[in-house]
Ligand binder design. Structure first.
Ligand code: T46
Length: 147
């Protein structure tokens, strides 16, 4: 008999993009949001980076990752994330520091419409490898068997 492990409580095991609501611990001093790898996000976090000082009207990303999974969080301000699996496109407005967007591997992403002072925090499942990127949309579609 094949035993399939039950997903851990609190971990949403899926290959679909989805929003994750993190804890927000409020007290008279303000708010605190803890994020624990493999508990609050469904992968071991091997890298973090953040995007800030975004120029007016600038767009970022415009690529897909072959294997990398990420969670993006608007820790300050807001921005749009557009995701495309080659067949359908969906958009999310991130604007809350206790909400993250899980992006599975092989999703083309574009990020735009940054508010003033926006900061995008990224939690990534691996170190930076340029070889993990599709920066050409046709090559991405081809890899998905759609071209
Ligand atoms: C993503 C979106 C949300 C590094 O040296 N190390 C790193 O960890 C990263 C992410 C980038 N870089 C270098 C590579 C480029 O020379 O920083 C430069 C700018 O990177 P890029 O043009 O890829 O930045 P964005 O904002 O277009 O995309 C980034 C991430 O690369 C990407 O994974 O999903 O943020």
């Amino acid at each position: 008999m094949r035993v399939v492990a039950e997903p851990e409580i609190g971990m949403n095991v899926t290959t679909k993009p989805h929003l994750i609501e993190f804890q927000r611990i409020r007290d008279p001093r303000g708010a605190l949001t803890p994020i624990e790898a493999e508990k609050d996000v469904p992968f071991p976090v091997r890298r973090i980076y953040f995007i800030y000082d975004v120029s007016d009207g600038a767009a970022r990303a415009g690529h897909s990752h072959k294997a990398l999974e990420q969670v993006l969080i608007a820790v300050s301000g807001s921005f749009h994330v557009h995701l495309d699996d080659g067949l359908t496109r969906q958009s999310f407005r991130l604007s809350r520091p206790n909400v993250g967007l899980y992006i599975p591997r092989m999703f083309w992403r574009d990020i735009d419409d940054f508010s003033g002072g926006a900061v995008c925090l990224a939690l990534a499942s691996d170190h930076y490898h340029e070889s993990d990127y599709f920066r050409d949309y046709d090559a991405f579609l081809h890899a998905k068997g759609l071209r």
